[in-house]
Design a binder for this molecule. Sequence first.
Ligand code: COA
Length: 318
Amino acid sequence: MSLYARIAGTGGFLPERVLTNQDIEAIVDTSDEWIRERTGIRKRHLVTQGERCSRLAEVASRRALADAGIDPAALDLIIVATTTPDQVFPSAACFLQQRLGIRGCCAFDLVAGCTGFVYALGVVDQFIRTGGIRRALVVGAEILSYIVDWQDRDTAVLFGDGAGAVVVEAGPEPGILSSHLHAEGAYTDILQVPGGVGDRKRDPYIEMRGNELFKIAVTTLSDVVEETLRANGMQKSELDWLVPHQANFRILQAVVRRLKLPLDRVVVTVGEHANTSSASIPLAFDVAIRDGRIRRGETVLMEAFGGGITWGSVLLVY
Ligand code: COA
């Protein structure tokens, strides 16, 4: 009998504090109009100083566990996709395990930039298909405001903080159908946070060549969607929902236009959440499930790209 990795529950968490485009106008030379036109972003949620990635992850995880009706003690695996863990080590996943009050299960972080959550779902799918585990907690959690240079208008307008989580359970019904994960290390310098271990002379802030990245994102995302559909012998018309990484509404629109998908089948949260990196897909997924758009039995395609560069997709039946 085939085993599938099925989403048993979802949860999200956005910090209370909101920073609007108007608030950013007071920090750098920009305008609400420019930000909305070029990115679709209207506001973002930010933590207050002292907050930790694993705390955001905990709130989202407890909501996902409650939604799934699963006790934390039943988990076999925790993966936290993040670029902003509490510390260099131990992993945010180990801090999260401690916060959940459980012991013994496998726990690790996964770094794949904004593609982290998609990568993590792909990894969990392999564990479940081989029968290695039965229940996993997969979290995307980020405090990007700690690695944004608030004097750099190129990046300050784009990012937000938050966490999204799913509980994945083994079962006979689909489930994740396939995952498609890619990386191109030749582009490490196009989107990066330099500095850190072994290089303390550079500030650990996001550096980005936005224009180049924009074009690469549209091409790689369109390609990976085609690759996913081909691998599953599916037509675009058979997709119920696209839940893309929420980087920029124009990127999302360009991909959707290329694929000739109707925009009302695409979950869009970038206006309210901004780019929360690996948290953006699980947050958007949770929003669309809770407001009743995505229903059990529907087919959902998730796709993302990010620093590395990395890109990938997961096709699943919710
Ligand atoms: N406010 C006002 N003006 C700004 C600005 C800001 N925050 N940032 C840049 N500008 C200016 C530029 O200086 C430039 O001015 P000029 O024409 O006088 O030289 C002009 O706006 C256009 O800049 P450009 O970089 O060509 O804009 P763009 O249309 O490419 O939009 C991004 C910029 C960053 C929004 C866009 O390239 C993007 O979203 N890229 C992908 C980024 C991304 O997704 N990163 C995360 C990946 S996971």
